[in-house]
Design a protein around this ligand. Structure first.
Ligand SMILES: Cc1cc2nc3c(=O)[nH]c(=O)nc-3n(C[C@H](O)[C@H](O)[C@H](O)COP(=O)(O)OP(=O)(O)OC[C@H]3O[C@@H](n4cnc5c(N)ncnc54)[C@H](O)[C@@H]3O)c2cc1C
Length: 565
């Protein structure tokens, strides 16, 4: 089969934003506010306004009121990070949080308001960190933000899978991709490029299937460094039937093994909510033959912490919120949690967003590349030895804060940014690679490598409880996928081509996670190594660094800076 002769579309912009969810659209609006004349294009592989994790998400956001003691807050987070927290980023994020949230509130996003019209902020006593919490109508956020961006002249293109970054002389000069509907080739030429395409989620659980780390992988190929990758995945937990999940201490406390013993009190009597620790307890109990695990709420009222946030909960329920776990379980699986014990399983949701950036969200490794949102969440290591997502209500605020920071940094001195010049030879080589699966008549289905990669990264033995032998086993599966399967995947249409590129990126992201996990010879936080079961502060108060060196994935470390400045 020959590659179909798809049309090439070349589009020029001052700023190219890859990913049109909360981080990308926030940045787009802010850039136009700061520099109205800039030509901003947002591309997304889904439909902008509905794609990404926001519309199907929870909609709870932390906020630090202006009178908060920032030093105390930073300390409380850093203490849980077991020495690996990025203190500079904690101050950078915490210090900008209130202002950034107020900014998007004033844009008219659908937050809950007090009777006097001010942003509603609630206490959340059962959460580990004493921030306040606010809430919005999550499925209305992106349509509203999209409207605002369009009114400011931001251009948007849907259904474009972006595959690689274009580089010239150490700078990023745009990106290439293809239409997942028509297959047409797209070249975006841009003076500044912002990656806002989320973290690699490995397609393992409902709600988390869209983001596959294509730009995490593209940034690696283009020469960016990646940090802290061994902490780049998390297991949430969910019902076995229809994969419905909750979060919160009350449901965590209600998890029991087959003998009816409460598993969290057994392993971690003193912690409040933690996905990572819950997954560990579940894995250990099943390993010991005391599975399966059940959620048993018969002795506790469901969501007892929700009583603390009753005002918020009552409000959100009147807003047509999408994610109502009790209702979904009742309607889809006929399960009433108030009366039934329900089998409960770990739910791997990935989360590798490890591109290295500075405090302005700019890559220190390649010129004219910025990153915002989940794509940088692992790499900035604010949570330290805790995986991304273990802290509830951080993802959306981080996307807002970093979207605004990236926008300010891009807009600053923009007139000094040189014109983007694409190297045609590179563009054509990347185009050939992009369409290669369409030239094959026989071969693997694009779904085959997806399943192989999941087998190498999802099971507890490869991710929750690690050791050298098993990590090597996992890496051997990944290598087999990269060398033997991916080159033989055929794509009969643009949709299958999309699946191929998702699988290819997931393989690279899985390799980063497992190689970094093998490299860190100690146990710390959610990184549990049976063969190195102690925390080793002498050798491992460090972040792992991953870099492409002549086609080889090279690993090294950098010490975690101790002080704020
Ligand atoms: C069920 C659920 C509940 C959640 N609840 C909460 C909560 O209550 N509070 C909270 O703070 N956070 C919550 N989160 C997390 C939060 O939604 C994310 O942290 C946040 O959406 C990250 O924003 P983002 O813009 O970085 O990425 P995303 O929202 O993930 O958007 C990435 C965008 O990039 C696009 N994209 C990806 N790859 C490509 C490509 N190759 N080319 C072009 N486009 C691409 C995608 O289509 C998508 O539109 C929840 C998430 C889920 C799934």
């Amino acid at each position: 089969m020959k590659i179909p002769n798809y049309q090439t579309n070349v589009l020029s912009a001052d700023v190219l934003i890859i990913g049109g969810s909360i981080a990308g659209l926030t940045a787009a609006v802010k850039i136009k506010e700061l520099q109205e004349q800039l030509n901003v294009i947002v591309v997304d592989k889904g439909g902008i306004g509905w794609a990404g994790l926001v519309p199907i998400g929870g909609g709870y956001l932390i906020i630090l009121p202006p009178d908060v003691n920032l030093d105390e807050w930073v300390k409380s987070i850093a203490d849980r990070g077991e020495g690996l927290s990025n203190i500079k980023w904690l101050y950078n994020f915490g210090g900008s949080l209130y202002e950034s949230m107020m900014e998007v509130f004033n844009w008219g996003l659908p937050f809950m308001k007090d009777p006097d019209g001010k942003l509603h902020m609630d206490d959340i006593p059962s959460w580990r960190v004493k921030e306040k919490m606010t809430v919005w109508v999550t499925h209305m956020v992106l349509p509203e933000l999209k409207k605002r961006a369009l009114a400011k002249g931001v251009k948007m293109i849907d259904k474009i899978e972006t595959v690689d970054l274009l580089k010239n002389n150490g700078r990023i000069v745009g990106a290439i991709g293809f239409s997942i509907i028509t297959g047409e080739f797209y070249v975006f030429k841009a003076k500044a490029t912002l990656i806002a395409s989320g973290a690699c989620r490995f397609k393992n659980r409902r709600f988390w299937t869209m983001n596959c780390g294509e730009m995490v992988a593209a940034a690696y190929r283009a020469g960016a460094q990646h940090l802290h990758s061994e902490f780049g995945t998390i297991h949430a937990n969910c019902s076995k039937e229809c994969q419905m999940w909750f979060r919160g201490p009350s449901h965590q406390d209600a998890l029991v093994n087959a003998l009816g013993e409460r598993i969290m009190t057994k392993y971690f009597p003193n912690i409040s909510e933690s996905f990572a620790k819950t997954a560990y307890a579940m894995a250990r109990e099943v390993e010991a033959g005391r599975g399966p695990i059940y959620l048993d709420l018969s002795e506790k009222p469901i969501h007892h912490e929700k009583q603390e946030i009753q005002t918020v909960y009552n409000w959100i329920r009147t807003q047509g919120t999408f994610l109502n776990s009790d209702r979904i379980l009742r309607e889809k699986a006929g399960i009433n949690l108030h009366f039934q014990k329900v089998e409960w399983i770990p739910g791997f949701i990935g989360g590798l967003g490890n591109i290295r950036i500075d405090l302005e969200c700019k890559s220190p490794d390649i010129e004219t590349l910025w990153v915002a949102g989940d794509a940088l969440k692992t790499g900035i290591s604010m949570e330290g030895a805790v995986p991304p997502g273990d802290y509830g209500g951080w993802g959306l605020p981080l996307a807002i804060v970093t979207g605004i920071k990236a926008a300010k940094s891009i807009s600053k001195n923009f007139h000094e940014t040189p014109e983007a010049k694409i190297v045609i030879e590179e563009q054509e080589n990347l185009k050939e690679e992009l369409y290669a699966p369409m030239a094959l008549e026989k071969g693997y289905e694009p779904y085959d490598p997806v399943l192989n990669i999941q087998q190498a990264i999802v099971p507890a033995k490869y991710s929750i409880i690690r050791d050298q032998g098993r990590l090597k086993e996992s890496l051997a599966i990944i290598e087999e996928v990269q060398k033997e399967v991916l080159p033989k995947v055929k794509a009969a249409n643009p949709h299958e081509l999309l699946k191929y590129h998702e699988a290819r990126s997931m393989a690279l992201c899985a390799e980063m996670i497992q190689k970094a996990a093998l490299y860190r010879n100690e146990t710390r936080g959610s990184h549990i190594r049976e063969d190195y079961s102690e925390r080793d502060d002498t050798n491992w108060l460090k972040w792992t660094v991953i870099k492409d060196v002549d086609g080889r994935m090279a690993l090294s470390t950098i010490p975690v800076p101790k002080a704020r400045a």
